[in-house]
Design a protein around this ligand. Structure first.
Ligand code: HEC
Ligand code: HEC
Ligand code: HEC
Length: 140
């Protein structure tokens, strides 16, 4: 994810045309969102088995108030991409209460067999994130 963050920051530089302005932007973002408290700011995006599913720490920690240990390390490792290396990272497992389905079961939060597009941003969403991710995820 570090790499993606770099790309976003570099992208910001190109857009603003100035390293100084990009630096200021970065400081502001750091104040608004504290990664130590809420987990990584950059969205986690999986492309296996399907492209693309997105996960945002901010929605879960800062907004929904979940503690780190409600997911780490029982449901997820603290390593982006780890889950998608596993064969059971599928809807069938979610429906049985695994991974995201541990909460996205229709009681703690919306069920995994509804609102597909909330998690599945698809190929177009993936491209959007990679091209101008920083701004795309800043809506409050
Ligand atoms: C609702 C579930 C959930 C909560 C709560 C949560 N995380 Fe995560 N976290 C994830 C998922 C999912 C991943 C990606 C794992 C994967 O791809 O296999 C992840 C990955 C990470 C990573 C690795 C990022 C990278 O780029 O490799 C770090 C660091 C992390 N989380 C820190 C935290 C911290 C700190 C907290 C508490 C403030 C927290 N997480 C709370 C679900 C959660
Ligand atoms: C520990 C419980 C928990 C886990 C695990 C979890 N979520 Fe969530 N998720 C929530 C809660 C709580 C909300 C806040 C919305 C709500 O109250 O329904 C939320 C909200 C979301 C939203 C925002 C929907 C919207 O637009 O309002 C998305 C998208 C989402 N989760 C995706 C995921 C994905 C993908 C995973 C697995 C990688 C995951 N979540 C794992 C509890 C969880
Ligand atoms: C709470 C988040 C979430 C919701 C809601 C969700 N999915 Fe998924 N989906 C995932 C995750 C996580 C994966 C595995 C990662 C990947 O494939 O990129 C996945 C994978 C898949 C796959 C490939 C693996 C498999 O099971 O065959 C399909 C197809 C799929 N989802 C369809 C759907 C459909 C259709 C809906 C709505 C009825 C839906 N998903 C709703 C999170 C979600």
């Amino acid at each position: 994810m570090k790499k993606i963050l770099m790309v976003l920051v570099l992208g910001g530089c190109l857009l603003s045309g100035s390293l100084l302005i990009a630096g200021a932007d970065k400081k502001e973002a750091a104040q608004a969102y504290d990664e130590d408290t809420y987990g990584p700011e950059a969205p986690i995006v999986w492309v296996k088995p399907v492209k693309s599913v997105v996960f945002e720490h901010k929605i879960h920690t800062m907004d929904a108030g979940l503690a780190c240990d409600s997911c780490h390390d029982d449901l997820f490792e603290m390593e982006s991409g780890a889950a998608e290396e596993k064969d059971d990272f599928t809807m069938a497992t979610l429906y049985k209460g695994g991974y995201c389905g541990s909460c996205h079961d229709g009681s703690t939060s919306f069920a995994s067999n509804t609102r597909c597009a909330s998690c599945h941003i698809g190929v177009r969403g993936h491209d959007r994130l990679n091209n101008k991710g920083g701004t795309a995820t800043k809506s409050h």
